[in-house]
Design a protein around this ligand. Structure first.
Ligand code: SF4
Length: 174
């Protein structure tokens, strides 16, 4: 990963963290996210190769250990904490917030969706929240896809977080 892409990624994560911080303050009373809660740390998360390279660059030490056993994210430790928290991918930075996104249905109508982690669901129904009070899925994903397109060979490759551990046996945790 070259220095320019590294800097772009760091700037993007910094902006995401700032915007997430604003939403966390706004939703503080409903968010139950705490160290040790790993409800959203599932085992099938994939990222663009550009985010995978960012983790490889910053987290060599963790990647030289064994992954968490299959069933939860390979980067969890035995206490349910993220071992690469500072360098975690974009998707992990927005987990727990009310999410908002749109999709076009088969009739060409754009439909709006909302969702939130079940742990944080109690409170005002997310369907009634203003769009600006939700994390909008789409823009950052587009930025990351553009970085992916511009960097390296342009292949739009996604990588499972567990794959980053390469040759390690997934049955043990160091
Ligand atoms: S990278 Fe960290 S925050 Fe993201 S799913 Fe894995 S353990 Fe959880």
């Amino acid at each position: 990963m070259n220095e320019t892409t590294l800097t772009c990624m760091e700037d993007l994560y910094r902006k995401v963290d700032a915007d997430v911080g604003d939403l966390e303050r706004s939703h503080g009373s409903r968010l139950q996210c705490r160290p040790g809660c790993a409800s959203c740390c599932v085992d099938n998360i994939t990222v663009w190769e550009v985010e995978a390279s960012f983790i490889r660059h910053h987290c060599r030490e963790v990647l030289s250990t064994a992954p968490h056993p299959v069933g939860k994210c390979a980067f969890l430790d035995s206490c349910g904490n993220c071992r690469i928290y500072r360098w975690r991918p974009y998707v992990c930075r927005t987990q727990g917030l009310p999410l908002h996104w749109t999709e076009e249905n088969e009739n060409g109508t754009v439909v709006a969706y909302r969702d939130i982690c079940p742990v944080n669901d109690p409170g005002q129904p997310v369907e009634t929240l203003p769009e600006d009070d939700c994390w909008k899925i789409g823009p950052v994903e587009e930025n990351l896809a553009a970085f992916q397109c511009e960097s390296g060979d342009g292949k739009m490759k996604r990588v499972g977080l567990r794959e980053l551990f390469g040759s390690y046996d997934s049955g043990t945790l160091s």
